[in-house]
Write a protein that binds this ligand. Structure first.
Ligand SMILES: Nc1ncnc2c1ncn2[C@@H]1O[C@H](COP(=O)(O)OP(=O)(O)OP(=O)(O)O)[C@@H](O)[C@H]1O
Ligand SMILES: [Mg+2]
Length: 447
């Protein structure tokens, strides 16, 4: 059983009011969800045809037409995404029309956040797709020594209950490894709860992790479980664990040591039985050294380390992994890489590892005129970083702040492009938190 509490599920939000968009995005990101936005029917349809989403929320009145058209598009094309509409206050006919057209629910403006959260939870609980048809990979592919080694270790770790610390570059399969450890072990029938520690606002951390009692703070209108209770009996995956603020690190250490948690606003502790797997792409020992990560927590989490090899260390596997991923993305339709495409992939450095390979192939598949002949040009691999460095003349480095801003803007724009303007993924690629990303984009005036 897998509960998806992390940034993995992706929600398409369609609205042309910036304020409402912002509110929806903020709420969804606090629930650990990725969002993409569109502000017109046309944009939304283009995105839906290009990417897969776990949920779609659309306003009914959009500049180029009715949100209803999005609902109709999804249903006419058999897209596997639940869609809900946001209707203007008092327009019940609209809501009924949307439900008839295939929307699973609606929200009336002004949007009540509690309702929004309930709707999202309900939509994402839509039963897990049967195994085999799952879009994501369930196994680490590759036959090179590095990955064979990792698979062997995962098998052994699955049988143990010891905390595992997964380290590796962005996109190298850390989460997939954590899921395999969970699913290969005695806790497989219990929940796997993945938490993106970098995506939770600091003020909400304690209540998100440990739950809260009714009345603990304004808005706490009922008791609520936290991640620990949700994972009870199963595995709690602490993703991006290096992003935990120090104050939370103390509380987490205590919970892990005592195997007990206390809800915010409660005096009683409750026992919890969770296996902890943690992951980060950062160098945790260096953060311990600099005082940003507590040494005692580090030792608790770091009982066994699983190091994920970067894709460039699995060079010989690139063609076979690319073909396997392409076959999965093509969903049974014939698709094939031309030899020049394979050669280009073999030469490419993959700073974003297998995730980047997946993105490149997804793009290639949608851009190629004929998916049976995907060429190197269809893959749009970015040129070497040093070529781009050379493009900036050294005399351009004064004044310093302008120069730094240009470099930063360029890095952010590249990361955004690479992740199709998914800010959460772009932040990961850049190795900064989502909040830091937002701040920097705002400062540099990147829309
Ligand atoms: N060896 C592999 N074989 C097949 N698929 C893989 C492999 N490694 C990673 N993937 C796929 O690549 C994508 C990224 O993997 P995952 O999310 O586990 O990476 P990650 O290390 O957690 O990345 P990040 O640091 O960005 O969170 C997933 O879709 C995963 O299924
Ligand atoms: Mg991850």
């Amino acid at each position: 059983m897998t509960r998806r509490v992390r940034a993995q599920p992706k929600v398409l939000v369609i609205d042309d009011e910036p304020d409402l968009l912002e509110l929806l995005e903020l709420t969804l990101s606090r629930m650990g969800l990725d969002t993409e936005r569109a502000s017109t029917v046309a944009e939304a349809i283009a995105l839906l045809d290009r990417e897969s989403f776990d949920l779609c929320l659309t306003d009914m009145r959009l500049p180029d037409g009715e949100g209803l058209r999005v609902v109709e598009h999804i249903n006419q094309h058999g897209l596997d995404v639940p869609v809900a509409v946001i209707t203007a206050f008092g327009s019940a006919e609209n809501a009924v029309a949307a439900l008839k057209a295939g929307a699973f629910d609606y929200l009336a403006k002004p949007v009540a956040l509690e309702q929004l959260r309930a709707l999202v939870k309900q939509a994402l609980k839509v039963p897990d797709k049967p195994a085999g048809a799952t879009p994501g990979a369930t196994q680490l592919l590759g036959e090179s020594a590095a990955i064979v080694n990792v698979r062997g270790l995962i098998e052994r770790l699955a049988r143990s209950q010891a905390p595992v610390f997964v380290n590796g570059e962005s996109g190298s399969g850390k989460e997939l490894a954590a899921r395999m450890i969970h699913h290969g072990g005695p806790r497989a029938s219990q929940p796997f709860v993945a938490v993106n520690c970098g995506a939770i606002p600091e003020q909400l951390m304690e209540s998100e992790f440990f739950g809260y009692r009714k009345g603990a703070f304004t808005g706490a209108d009922a008791d609520r479980d936290g991640f620990f209770q949700a994972a009870n009996g199963g595995t709690l995956f602490l993703d991006e664990v290096a992003d935990l603020p120090l104050a939370m690190q103390v509380k987490l250490l205590r919970a892990i040591q005592e195997k007990k948690v206390r809800k915010v606003g409660s005096t009683a502790e409750e026992p919890v039985d969770v296996r902890i797997i943690s992951a980060t792409h950062k160098k945790l020992p260096a953060l311990v050294e600099s005082g940003a990560f507590r040494q005692d927590l580090f030792y608790r989490l770091h009982v066994i380390e699983l190091a994920m090899p970067p894709l460039r260390e699995m060079q010989e596997d690139i063609p076979s992994i690319a073909n396997a991923i392409l076959a999965r993305l093509a969903r049974g339709q014939p698709a094939r890489l031309e030899p020049d495409a394979v050669a280009a992939l073999e030469r490419y450095a993959f700073p974003g590892n297998v995730r980047e390979l997946e993105n490149i192939l997804e793009r290639g598949l949608s851009l190629a005129a004929d998916p049976q002949h995907i060429s190197a040009a269809d893959l749009h691999l970015t040129p070497d970083a040093d070529e781009e460095d050379a493009a900036m003349p050294p005399g351009d480095k004064w004044p310093l702040q302008d120069y730094l801003d240009r470099v930063e803007r360029q890095a952010i724009n590249e990361a955004l492009e690479k992740t199709r303007f998914n800010r959460t993924a772009a932040a990961k690629l850049l190795g900064i938190t989502f909040r830091a990303m937002r701040y920097r984009m705002e400062r540099l005036g990147i829309k």
